[in-house]
Ligand binder design. Structure first.
Ligand code: ARG
Length: 585
């Protein structure tokens, strides 16, 4: 389908051309949903900025647009408000017809893109031998949601885990383990990641203090890079150990991702540097090879460099990202590359993108986007930490969410004097706990910091996962109570929308398509959360104000269809966020 918003935009654009000529063909029609139903459902503000260009009064312009609009099927006669806003009110008949059209459709009217553009989503990307931290959790949750949304729209998505599995830290770690824990370098599972992390810290201390050790560590890097067998084997073991730990988190959160770590691009790094050299972009500064960036300066106003090869010959994070861009464009055929990391890496990506464009590794036809996000804070507004001041282990964080959800459920069961099986309780606690964590993250505008607060994320009343899950469960309850199979409802029933609550719910259901299309371009999943939250609120109002099972026909079937469409919209919307629904909770 074409969303209502797109249809209105097209109509206003056409009216602009018919009324004022083709010079206005590219003018943005400025149509948006209204935030107050008093002004109808949608509004166009285009007449206001045109007043200057056309040297006419905006109300007169609005009137000319209306005179040329052809929207009889869709809208009541548009009206002009205030200085020249055009208000559109959808016809109830039209809404009923659209609902009837999407009812049998599994995709609820949301079309697939064609052709399927190739998109890479680079997300999660923790570092080997280091703990996966809350920043990686955010990247994992947001990146997975973005990938799911694009997949649903039919893009050819490649999910990549750009793990930090290469670099000088391995020399340091291997050198240290040779002394302190040699069996770890030859035997699988000799260490767990906790040990690995603390050994890493000790190795780092040695490295910073002991010059002799520093030398040894450097030699280890050289050996590893040269492909010495025992070094490769040790490196492999360390990676496997970390990988297993990461997988525990991915399994819990139901994340699918392909690992293609930094080491993968190792063979291409030298070529990247020569390519930059050939293209005349390289300069040497204090022995390091770098490209000076435009628009990035230090305090004194001097241009900042992007260092691609250090004076000791080693390559950088940025060099790997340049090689990765080249590979992703040439070999993977990517047309859009999305990087999900904390906002702290904004300059890194801006620099890398600039150099890649200049070096023509990145053609204009390929879009690259950094999707930044803010910090995870504790309840107190400070960086999240455990009581002992250590950073949280992600596994513990998630387990605790499940434990909180279990506690809430136990309280509710007791209040309602309900008995449930242990399997039911386990399942509900797990789904609710994990959904709450995902949803709390996704429902914030990702660019802001967010406070990690179990009570808030599990609250049954706010903009939370449990609230939405509950709004899904309600229609299922109706179906059980009335012994109704939603999939067998008579599709020839015309949908009657006489009550205010019915109409508001119906209109909201029909916005799904425009919301998904919006998020597909701005990559802000919180827009979907808000949409689903408002849908749930509107459903709850409808549920409280309108009889469903007790209503007479044709209302009864019509309302059952509305309930079913709401539930399916919530289920679909949540699935795009990586959240599963429950039939009962
Ligand atoms: N490993 C990096 C980190 O932990 C994130 C990598 C993001 N992806 C990329 N292509 N640079 O911060």
């Amino acid at each position: 389908m074409t969303s209502i918003l797109e249809q209105l935009k097209d109509s206003v654009s056409q009216a602009l051309v018919s009324a004022f000529g083709t010079e206005l063909a590219d003018t943005d029609p400025l149509v948006a949903p209204t935030n107050n139903p008093k002004f109808g459902d949608y509004q166009s503000n285009v007449a206001l900025p045109l007043a200057k260009t056309l040297k006419q009064n905006p109300r007169a312009i609005a009137q000319s647009i209306i005179d040329h609009l052809q929207l009889e099927e869709m809208c009541e006669a548009p009206t002009i408000a205030g200085p020249g806003f055009i208000n559109f009110m959808l016809k109830t008949d039209y809404i009923s017809k659209l609902l009837a059209k999407i009812q049998p459709d599994e995709r609820l009217g949301v079309p697939q893109v064609e052709p399927a553009q190739k998109v890479i989503v680079d997300f999660s990307s923790p570092n080997i031998a280091k703990e996966m931290h809350v920043g990686h959790l955010r990247s994992t949750i947001i990146g997975d949601a973005i990938a799911r949304i694009l997949e649903f729209r039919g893009y050819d998505v490649l999910r990549l885990n750009h793990v930090g599995d290469w670099g000088t830290q391995f020399g340091m770690l291997i050198a240290y383990l040779r002394e302190a824990y040699p069996e770890a370098l030859t035997t699988a599972d000799a260490l767990d990641i906790g040990d690995l992390v603390s050994l890493y810290k000790k190795a780092k201390v040695r490295f910073d203090r002991d010059d002799q050790f520093k030398q040894t560590a450097r030699q280890e890097v050289v050996k590893l890079q040269a492909g010495a067998e025992d070094s490769r084997h040790a490196w492999q073991l360390l990676c496997d150990q970390s990988r297993k730990e990461f997988q525990v988190i991915y399994d819990l959160l139901d994340i699918k991702i392909t690992e293609r770590g930094e080491s993968f691009y190792n063979p291409f790094l030298e070529d990247i540097v020569s390519e930059l050299e050939q293209k005349g972009l390289l300069q040497t500064s204090e022995g390091a090879k770098c490209v000076f960036l435009e628009g990035f300066t230090n305090k004194d106003g001097d241009p900042l460099p992007l260092i691609v090869q250090k004076s000791d010959g080693g390559f950088n994070y940025a060099t790997t990202d340049l090689a990765a861009i080249k590979y992703r464009v040439k070999e993977d055929g990517a047309e859009r590359i999305i990087y999900v990391t904390d906002s702290g890496q904004a300059n890194h990506f801006a620099g890398v993108f600039q150099v890649a464009r200049k070096a023509e590794i990145l053609p204009d036809t390929v879009e690259v986007v950094h999707v930044p996000f803010g910090l995870v804070l504790g309840k107190d507004g400070k960086r999240i930490k455990t009581r002992s001041g250590e950073t949280f282990k992600l596994k513990d964080l998630l387990d605790e969410a499940i434990a909180h959800a279990r506690q809430d459920l136990a309280t509710r069961l007791q209040e309602e004097a309900r008995e449930e099986t242990p399997e039911f309780i386990d399942h509900v606690a797990r789904v609710v706990g994990l959904s709450a964590v995902k949803y709390a993250d996704l429902s914030q505008n990702r660019t802001s910091d967010y406070k990690f607060d179990y009570d808030k994320m599990l609250d049954l009343k706010g903009n939370t996962a449990p609230y939405l899950l509950y709004a899904y469960v309600r229609p299922q309850g109706v179906s059980r109570k009335g012994n109704i199979d939603f999939s067998q409802l008579d599709t020839n029933t015309s949908i009657v929308l006489t009550e205010k609550a019915e109409l508001a719910l119906a209109k909201h259901i029909l916005q799904l398509e425009e919301i998904i299309k919006e998020v597909e371009s701005n990559l802000l999943p919180n827009r979907i959360c808000l949409y689903l939250f408002e849908l749930s609120q509107k459903f709850n109002q409808f549920y409280e104000q309108c009889d469903i099972l007790e209503a007479k026909e044709p209302q009864r079937t019509s309302r059952l269809i509305l309930a079913d469409l709401t539930a399916r919209t919530i289920k679909l919307g949540l699935s795009l966020l990586g959240i599963n629904v429950l039939e009962r909770m």
